[in-house]
Design a protein around this ligand. Structure first.
Ligand code: BDP
Length: 331
């Protein structure tokens, strides 16, 4: 690995802040190492899909373009990842749609509690015209400074804590970590708890020291982040089904040739499908490992949480009523 890095540094242009002074044409034949990052570790479906895409990219360009993955929050949490992509310090960032909502308001429709009936519904939407449209909205948004490449699966988010959460009364007084977006804090408050916005990178310590009492996520994250060692009850609230998104730095994108842009766009669409297979396998494996690791899965009547979060859907969804309706009508 060390040898390979040295080789790359010696004869490749590593796209990064200020690294690209020359116009695109001058670089057309030069090697470029595109930096990618993800909060998850190597082997996690989102990371693996991008790593595999890098191998295909390298093969299809005879080694001219490649991807160097910085996994496991090496470059910070998602907020930091977005900022680095915006300035071109890295190229690919795989992030949750959660923290993208404050940047591109339309994306918040995916962040509404109980927006999707189930994961199959969410997949239909991201695979269809709405998915294409929202990636386009992100790319066209001048404040975002990002290109939307594809979506990925992140399953369903449910609450985990040191005790079962069957209804709002069980959440009373519980500090529950949420992703950085006011919608989520308000959602948790509406569900009966105290939502606390916090970066993913701080969460393990916060759970261990009791700064928060619990959090919410999908089974693979609960497992791989080792949160289940602290919080042994996974209550199936299913309040959020939020896809992931793979974005590219607009500053770096504009320096690529059209042919390279098209290739990366195509391989990203392939990655969306590739990740899905990896994801389904990972969920099944994670649930089994969590159960074996002593986690109790608690059945929940979701209706009470659905009703409790109606004001959040109205507050954040009404300005995108037509889009919300189209999502609901997607069968
Ligand atoms: C995971 C997502 C990751 C988020 C994390 C979170 O894959 O992108 O950073 O949740 O809760 O499911 O912050």
């Amino acid at each position: 690995m060390f040898q390979r890095r040295r080789f790359l540094t010696a004869c490749a242009v590593v796209l990064g802040a200020g690294a690209l002074g020359a116009p695109a044409a001058g670089l057309a034949q030069q090697k470029m190492v595109l930096k990618a990052t993800d909060v998850h570790a190597l082997g996690y479906p989102t990371v693996e899909a991008v790593v595999r895409m890098g191998k295909t990219l390298e093969a299809q360009t005879n080694g001219r373009l490649s991807i160097q993955m910085f996994p496991a929050m090496q470059l910070g949490g998602e907020k930091e990842m977005i900022e680095q992509a915006q300035v071109g310090a890295l190229q690919f960032a795989r992030i949750s749609v959660g923290p993208m909502g404050p940047i591109v308001d339309e994306l918040n429709v995916f962040n509404l509690p109980f927006m999707f009936r189930d994961e199959a519904h969410m997949r239909k939407v991201i695979d269809g015209p709405i998915g294409v449209e929202l990636l386009g909205k992100l790319t066209a948004n001048p404040n975002a400074k990002l290109v939307g490449l594809c979506w990925m699966d992140a399953g369903t988010r449910s609450v985990y804590a040191k005790k079962p959460i069957k209804g709002p009364a069980d959440l009373k007084g519980q500090k529950i970590r949420m992703m950085g977006n006011p919608i989520f804090v308000e959602t948790m408050n509406a569900m009966g708890g105290n939502g606390v916005a916090m970066g993913f990178q701080e969460l393990y310590n916060a759970l261990q020291t009791g700064v928060v009492d619990g959090a919410e996520n999908n089974p693979p994250s609960l497992l791989t982040q080792n949160h289940y060692q602290v919080t042994k009850f996974y209550s199936l609230t299913g309040h959020l089904i939020i896809p992931e998104i793979l974005v590219f730095s607009k500053a770096s994108w504009d320096k690529l040739s059209k042919a390279d842009q098209d290739l990366i766009a195509k391989l990203s669409r392939d990655a969306q499908i590739e990740q899905r297979g990896l994801w389904d396998a990972m969920v099944a494996d994670s649930v089994a490992k969590l159960k074996a690791g002593g986690v109790t899965f608690v059945a929940v009547d979701k209706k009470v949480f659905y009703d409790a979060t109606k004001p959040i859907r109205e507050k954040y969804g009404s300005k995108h009523a037509a889009l919300v309706k189209r999502i609901e009508d997607t069968k």
